[in-house]
Design a protein around this ligand. Structure first.
Ligand SMILES: Cc1cc2nc3c(=O)[nH]c(=O)nc-3n(C[C@H](O)[C@H](O)[C@H](O)COP(=O)(O)O)c2cc1C
Length: 195
């Protein structure tokens, strides 16, 4: 099995989403043969763009600000338009995560935006792949996917503390692991297809 490269491309204004990004990276790195890089989309250098261009999968992450991705993330998305025109990221795997202060806080819109960005690039979107947690009287706020998203990983962090909920970190690790597993499967399939 050949090695793969996954880049987590994210922004965090106040540090919460950065903690989620680290958990996504840890989950991806738990799959053997996976090289994981994290880049801050608000401060991308040439080496970061090279990592993104060479990646087998890119996982997008952003806080939800005013019901959508942060301004810094939107600036990054616009800066990818040359890659869009050359289809440079076509057929890479993609996934996404977001974090906000409220339980909903319109995070779904942010995840939809990330999936659309991936689709515009012709990327292959990987969903969260978890059943919703914390949706019966006997389940717990500590459940994975406690916020009940399907499209990607959602997290809720209180605005007045730096802490991020353990259940959201676990959910983020799951997403990273799932993307790594599917990226390996695609990489192995491509190796056979082009033989
Ligand atoms: C400009 C701004 C807009 C925000 N808009 C939302 C929002 O639409 N929904 C929400 O639930 N929280 C909102 N928040 C709260 C942030 O999502 C929350 O503080 C989050 O944890 C910030 O992530 P970060 O620490 O990675 O920047 C907003 C915060 C800021 C600064």
């Amino acid at each position: 099995m050949s090695d793969i490269s996954i880049v987590i491309a994210s922004h965090s204004g106040y540090g919460h989403t950065a903690q989620i990004a680290i958990a996504v990276a840890d989950g991806a790195a738990s799959v053997a043969g996976t090289h994981v890089h994290r880049v801050d989309v608000a401060a991308l250098g040439d080496a970061d763009w090279e990592l993104l261009d060479a990646a087998d999968a890119i996982i997008f992450g952003t806080p939800t600000y005013m019901g959508t991705a942060s301004g810094a993330f939107h600036a990054f998305a616009e800066a990818t338009s040359k890659r869009w025109s050359t289809r440079a990221w076509s057929d890479k795997l993609a996934a996404g995560f977001t974090n906000s202060g409220s339980m909903s806080g319109d995070k779904m819109h942010t995840l939809q935006y990330l999936a659309l960005l991936a689709a515009q690039h012709g990327m292959l979107w990987v969903s969260l792949g978890l059943l919703p947690g914390w949706n019966t009287t006997t389940s717990s706020i500590e459940d994975d996917n406690r916020l009940g998203f399907y499209l990607g990983a959602g997290a809720q962090s209180f605005n007045d503390t730096a802490a991020v909920h353990d259940a959201d970190l676990n959910t983020a690790r799951h997403l990273g692991r799932r993307v790594a597993e599917h990226t390996h499967v695609r990489s192995a399939g491509l190796a056979v297809a082009v033989r």
